[in-house]
Design a protein around this ligand. Structure first.
Ligand code: PEP
Ligand code: MG
Length: 330
């Protein structure tokens, strides 16, 4: 079994019909890059940078501390892409109280719809620029991509671009090196998925965060046990937003990945392949099982079932029927 897994690690993820699929890792701290490489990840699709900011008893990481952390991840990945997401604090990932008080943000009733993620960063412009500087400085050591969480407004992208411009100017002025960085946004709010034609003009790539996209589409708090049974990735509205987002990004020649839990669950691999997805990002431990699914899949054939699944009143059942016979080719 171990030998088989080791072999799998070095096997590229290519479907039966010859489509190359990138299997990237989600990491929380730079040390997780070791597990990502061991699992055969071909990049980091989501570095959840907020983990550098959490459980700190008040004090937040300095620019240099952040720079060292990003650089460590970038160097560990040896030239493979490392997608660093700017802090996604708030809601299910709170800063501890001292940091929050320090930053003057009060406790709110509905944090999932409050000042979280990019909203928080734009409300703390000097902290945001610190983080951007740390990320840009790390880009001198490898392949860095910049990912912005929970975007819902074009104005947020514009403000990020302005902050990026200012940070690059500062780095130029102090003669600090940085590389080319592509800018991407997470698609986690239905509004963003519904205005992709406009959004895509301003970004280089998108990454779909299904955990939040499901939460906000179905109005189900992802952390609330009482409604957990209604949290349904197979809901037709979720599938519609997912498949149209992937299709529109591809049509505009922009990279698209999925980095929510769906990407790492082998039960959704065929579905996502049928939608034309070619980049999945997940916890490193999930890479082998998803890769096995990819190796047995005929993406072209899976795609022919997609219209039926999207129209179905029971998409999970329709998909199971449509995909099952194609699984066993050997
Ligand atoms: C998501 O929402 O799907 C996602 C990947 O981000 P997080 O789980 O960190 O909110
Ligand atoms: Mg999210």
């Amino acid at each position: 079994e171990r030998a088989r897994l080791a072999r799998l690690r070095h096997t590229p993820a290519i479907t039966l019909d010859g489509q190359r699929i990138e299997l990237h890792a989600n990491i929380e701290l730079p040390g997780d890059a070791v597990a990502a490489l061991a699992a055969g990840a071909t990049g980091v699709g989501l570095f959840r940078s907020e983990f550098l900011f959490m459980n700190r008893e008040g004090e937040l990481p300095s620019e240099d501390e952040q720079f060292e952390a990003y650089k460590a991840a970038v160097e560990a990945m040896r030239g493979m892409p490392v997608t660093i997401r700017t802090v996604d604090v708030g809601a299910d990932k709170p800063l501890d109280r001292m940091s929050v008080n320090e930053l003057r943000h009060e406790h709110v009733l509905n944090p999932a719809m409050g000042l979280r993620a990019i909203r928080w960063s734009l409300a703390e412009p000097s902290m945001f620029r610190q983080q951007l500087r740390a990320i840009f400085r790390a880009s001198a050591f490898g392949h860095v991509k910049l990912l912005v969480p929970m975007v819902a407004h074009l104005s947020e992208i514009r403000q990020v671009q302005e902050a990026v411009k200012r940070v690059k100017q500062q780095l130029d002025d102090s003669k600090q090196a940085y590389g080319e960085i592509q800018l991407g946004v997470m698609i986690e709010v239905p509004a963003a998925a519904l205005m992709l034609p406009q959004l895509l003009k301003h970004v280089d790539f998108i990454s779909i965060g299904t955990n939040d996209l499901i939460q906000y589409t179905l109005a189900i708090d992802r952390a609330d046990e009482a409604v957990a049974h209604l949290y349904d990735p197979w809901h037709p509205a979720v599938l519609q937003l997912l498949s149209s987002s992937i299709a529109q990004a591809r049509a505009m020649g922009k990279e698209v990945s999925v980095c929510g839990e769906m990407a790492g669950d082998a039960g959704f691999t065929d579905l996502l392949l049928s939608m034309g997805l070619n980049c999945f990002s997940m916890h490193p431990s999930q890479i082998p099982s998803v890769k096995q699914r990819v190796l047995r899949a005929d993406a072209h054939r899976l795609a022919t079932a997609l219209p039926r699944i999207l129209e179905s009143e029971d998409p999970a059942k329709t998909a199971a029927e449509a995909f099952a016979p194609h699984q066993r080719l050997h």
